[in-house]
Design a protein around this ligand. Structure first.
Ligand code: GDP
Length: 199
């Protein structure tokens, strides 16, 4: 069953000026290209094919805005970490995202997707630092957990947990088995619902 029955694609933005009106509440989702961000969005929202990963490095990347319901948005940020992205394009997204994190008033939290087999890469840490500039709530999904044994997955979770500040959420996730989908959805809904900034 669809978890957000009225979800719809709002728009894709390449420039900061193209963002939708900065009202209501939105949660951004970031992750290294191919980490499994699109699959995670589709699993959490409960709609296959909603988010599509751009398979061509650096091409037609946009910030994609989905309206979950009136005044509540999910924001799919461009995948980062491609090795061969032209410098100009890397700079472009660096500038747009820095502005986005610094200025976007409706942004209430950031979910970062990491492949559980290679978590906390340098690029992931840069993204966490960028998102931390305004002390926004952060939550990490260690996805593709189905590719690890249970003990490997639990070890990874414990190791990542230890490396992060206590107020950052971390959980295992799999778009294939749907493990952790409910937990991630609860975080998303909690952030989107919460009145005023109570932390
Ligand atoms: P994106 O580039 O971050 O949006 O990544 P995608 O969602 O397109 O996923 C990249 C690849 O990983 C695809 O082949 C997916 O089928 C696969 N994938 C994504 N999530 C999972 C998962 O939880 N488990 C497994 N086994 N594969 C996954």
């Amino acid at each position: 069953m669809a978890q957000f029955p009225t979800v719809r694609f709002l728009l894709g933005a390449y420039n900061f000026s193209q963002l939708p009106e900065d009202s209501g509440r939105e949660v951004a989702i970031a992750g290294r290209s191919n980490a499994g961000k699109s699959s995670a969005i589709n699993a959490i929202v409960g709609r296959q094919g909603l988010a599509r990963s751009s398979k061509t490095p650096g091409r037609t990347q946009e910030i994609n805005f989905f309206e979950l319901q009136l005044g509540q948005r999910l924001v799919d940020l461009p995948g980062y970490g491609f090795a061969n992205v032209p410098v100009k394009l890397r700079q472009h997204w660096g500038e747009v995202l820095t502005k986005y994190f610094a200025r976007r008033q409706s942004l209430v939290g950031v979910i970062v997707i990491m492949d559980a087999r290679h978590p906390l890469t340098d690029a992931d840490i840069q993204m966490l630092e960028l998102a931390a500039t305004r002390a926004l709530p952060l939550h990490i999904l260690l996805t593709k957990a189905d590719k690890l044994t249970r003990s490997e997955a639990n070890n990874t979770l414990a190791t990542v947990r230890k490396q992060l500040a206590d107020d950052i959420g971390v959980q295992l996730f799999s778009a294939v088995t749907k493990a952790g989908v409910e937990e991630a959805r609860e975080v998303l809904e909690k952030w989107l619902r919460r009145e005023a900034d109570s932390g």
